[in-house]
Design a protein around this ligand. Sequence first.
Ligand code: CA
Ligand code: CA
Ligand code: CA
Length: 346
Amino acid sequence: MTARSSLYLTLSGTLGFFVGCGGAGSDDSDCQPGTYLCECLSGICQVGLVCTGTVCVNPTGGDDTTGPGDGDGDGDTGPTGPGDGDGDTGPGDGDGDTGPTGDGDGDTGPTGDGDGDGDLDDDADGIPNNQDNCPSDYNPNQLDFDNKGGGNVCDVLEFTTVTGTLQTTWVTNAVFIDCEEPVSWVVTGGSVSVQLDDDAAVASFEINTLEIADFSAVCDDFVTAEFVFDDPSVNADGPAFPVDVNHSFVAHNNGTISGSSDAPHPMLLLSDGQINIINQRPTMANWMLQGQLWTFNANITGGGSSGTLSWNAPNVETTYPEVIVIQTVDFEVYFKGLSGTLNLAP
Ligand SMILES: [Ca+2]
Ligand SMILES: [Ca+2]
Ligand SMILES: [Ca+2]
């Protein structure tokens, strides 16, 4: 101990910046890890430490308290920072942080930054999530018919303003009554949905509902009977309606859909109806006439800003006639034919 003290005193007297370092005690009790201490100049550090250059370090790791970036791989728990390969949460260090992108880890920051990290593509269509106009649906073409930001495959065109007039014929067949009476469906509201594909090859239509003004039909061929429909509506019956409507890339880019449906649209005609027959007026609540809206021509323009649906099927009958029993007489009722045009707007 005497020799070490002599050496320390000699050097401190020669190199002025070490004067006072380590204190007057000149033993090694204050030689802390990572610090420059006078004792290191003699290669002597606190017990358990070794002198590297002029710094006392832990030769086995795990116990120092140094900061980041010291390259000692000791898993320190000192202040965090990048570049030290430890468990901190700073960016740029290749660890498990969730900081800004560009650090090669599992970040969730902005995509397309070329860092090959968390630029996720959930639907595997080659478009990163935050650039994908339908991040959960495969749509590599990214087509957007209405230019509202959502891609076609996850964006339904909704027409909720539906007006126009359709002509049809109310048919009543019974033992002594067999009449056909033309009636008009004045459509006052409703909704029509159109779904497009990303490849501009297929469209589907669904006439969800058509609100119709009250109407009545009178049959007087043999017995006068009046059928009154209160608050009638045509509702879709069944799944969304597939149609084969031409919709090419050119038509898509022009903002148009035009073509004809290729199958009748399943529907229910609902009404709180009444029958007035020979001065008797039974109330027929909740009429439900199952049937079909026949094939139509569709013409949608302006990327969905307006459209028309038109029918020209004057002689097609509903598939399922309704049978109404009045005073033991069976009346078979149905609609025949549909023609006219409905105007659609969002
Ligand atoms: Ca995608
Ligand atoms: Ca997509
Ligand atoms: Ca869209």
